[in-house]
Design a protein around this ligand. Sequence first.
Ligand code: PGA
Length: 258
Amino acid sequence: MKPRYFIANWKMKLSPDASVKLLKALAPKVKKFGQKVELIFCPGFVALAGCTQAVKGTALKLGAQDVFWVDKGSFTGEVSPLDLQTIGCQYVILGHSERRKHLGETDAMVNKKIVACLKHGLTPIVCVGENWEQRQEGQATLTLEQQTRNCFQNIMLKNQQQLIICYEPVWAISDNLGERQISAADVEPMVEVIKQGLYEVLSVDQVESSCHFIYGGSVDSGSLNNFLQLDTIEGGLVGAASLEAEEVVAMVKILANR
Ligand code: PGA
């Protein structure tokens, strides 16, 4: 059976101390689910090194929220994929809509970052998804096709390399939500669009066995089951609801029981 993915995106919301504290509180509570669910936590960069100590010997794994595409050099403020790998980080969130919006991150940058991650044994968690205007203008499918094509162009997967692709409509993220609700029926065709894009660069076998599709945007213990009803969805990228230990445990239990 394919693993399920629980991925916590802590954004810039927890201090290093609070990050370590939450990981330590969670480790014993989710231990027994570690066989069935990949338990991935993505703290801020400053917290990351301290968190590697907190997850040692536990079922918890660490991811970063971004990375640069070069290993070493004159790149002020950037973070090396080599350094992430060295400290024990295993995953990296790439192309999150908040980075696209506030920092001008482009699909071309995401593409270079995917290559750098794969080179260093870091599994990319690539976020794609349309914003509200694009959806209103009937451009959602086109946006997703373009993002998928540009982010994954010329990507090659070797040996055990995996890709996690998160369909995260920008308008469904809890901070942007307003009155807008998303249903599983909205998600299914969009994941299919992403899959079709991936078939252009990877073999059918690679897409089926090495690409994992998750959903992100206001996921919590109340909504997670809806998305898991879809055969293609293997887990969730969770922001706000991943900041509370009890919510995390509830979501991990749901994932383990699917
Ligand atoms: P949310 O955030 O779960 O708070 O909507 C998800 C994300 O932005 O990755």
